[in-house]
Design a protein around this ligand. Sequence first.
Ligand code: HEM
Length: 414
Amino acid sequence: MDLLLLEKTLLGLLAAILGAIFISKLRGKRFKLPPGPIPVPIFGNWLQVGDDLNHRNLTDLAKKFGEIFLLRMGQRNLVVVSSPDLAKDVLHTQGVEFGSRTRNVVFDIFTGKGQDMVFTVYGEHWRKMRRIMTVPFFTNKVVQQYRFGWEAEAAAVVEDVKKNPASATEGTVLRRRLQLMMYNNMFRIMFDRRFESEDDPLFLKLKALNGERSRLAQSFEYNYGDFIPILRPFLRGYLKLCKEVKDKRLQLFKDYFVDERKKLGSTKSLDNNQIKCAIDHILEAKDKGEINEDNVLYIVENINVAAIETTLWSIEWGIAELVNHPEIQAKLRHELDTKLGPGVQVTEPDIQNLPYLQAVIKETLRLRMAIPLLVPHMNLHDAKLGERLGCGSYKGLGVFMFWIGFGLKIIPQS
Ligand code: HEM
């Protein structure tokens, strides 16, 4: 059995080498691709650049090849752009052309092949999902509606830290408590629900499954099967595990949150005077036939991934930077004490009167961006990018964006 597989693999490798040479000859004529390291057959640049495409490694490559360059990771083509102009072109000027997302075998599983909002190609489903998610999540009205809940969650963190005398002497791992706060902030918006404590069994189950999903999706372990499709049979065990985690997670969202909310909706009617939470809006879209039951669960999946850890990491970095820069911390305290009074909690409307706090937050997001390469974009059809740099037209490329030294330093040094 193993010998047969080896024989097939070798034959496949040979066919792929010939195919790659043929395609690269053909492509070289049709498309003027961005510069980049010289690829070798089958592996492309994978062996040169390695598995870890983090922004620091890509910065080194950009210094060598310029603000737009191409990496061939096995069969995958990735364009890396790293200037404000090119980022604006991809995200804004040609936002529609580059509005699709790439997926890989693992993301195919976690998103049901793009039944979610984020990992879909541009088209009717893409537009519909974004339209349906705007009102329940991405408006100022949502911020105003939920700010009291968020402020209560933040106050509860301070109280809990104060209650624990060891925090003052031995220190405390703030992340765990902030994680509970962020889950509560998001689950209030989504389901009008919160978890009582870090030991809440449902919270523990949810956190474990979300953590496992992130670990599996973000691992380098499956790169070989993603970059070189004929090696995919060796990923069978990995993909089976992904599928199990996905099934368990969606089942948990359904049984403990979506169905619970449906039951509540059927016993006490959610009239106009009662605040609708996000899932009510989404279920309404489902009842109108705009989306199906699976789409509802994949929206919950997307929010669990996109909203909680990103915000948690950013808060944690903000605190770490303030601890490591006592002079900035002192200035911030001075602003809060003079504008609000000592010990008074910051509330949402205060923020517009606290320019130094705003600067600290923006600077934290700039310096410690939670997703420095953003989420990859992709064009479905030939598109032009970086023409002024002599690059031409290409198709079906994953585009990663990042900035080298972009942005002004917001916090004054003096
Ligand atoms: C500090 C916190 C956050 C950071 C740093 C962050 C960062 C990002 C980044 C870099 C992207 C990809 C943009 C792109 O490639 O076009 C993104 C997309 C997204 N984020 Fe956030 N995010 C944060 C908080 C949130 C929150 C709180 C939510 C939900 C309430 C959210 C929901 C989403 C969604 C749904 C997308 C996909 C948008 C699309 O595909 O059109 N994010 N986020």
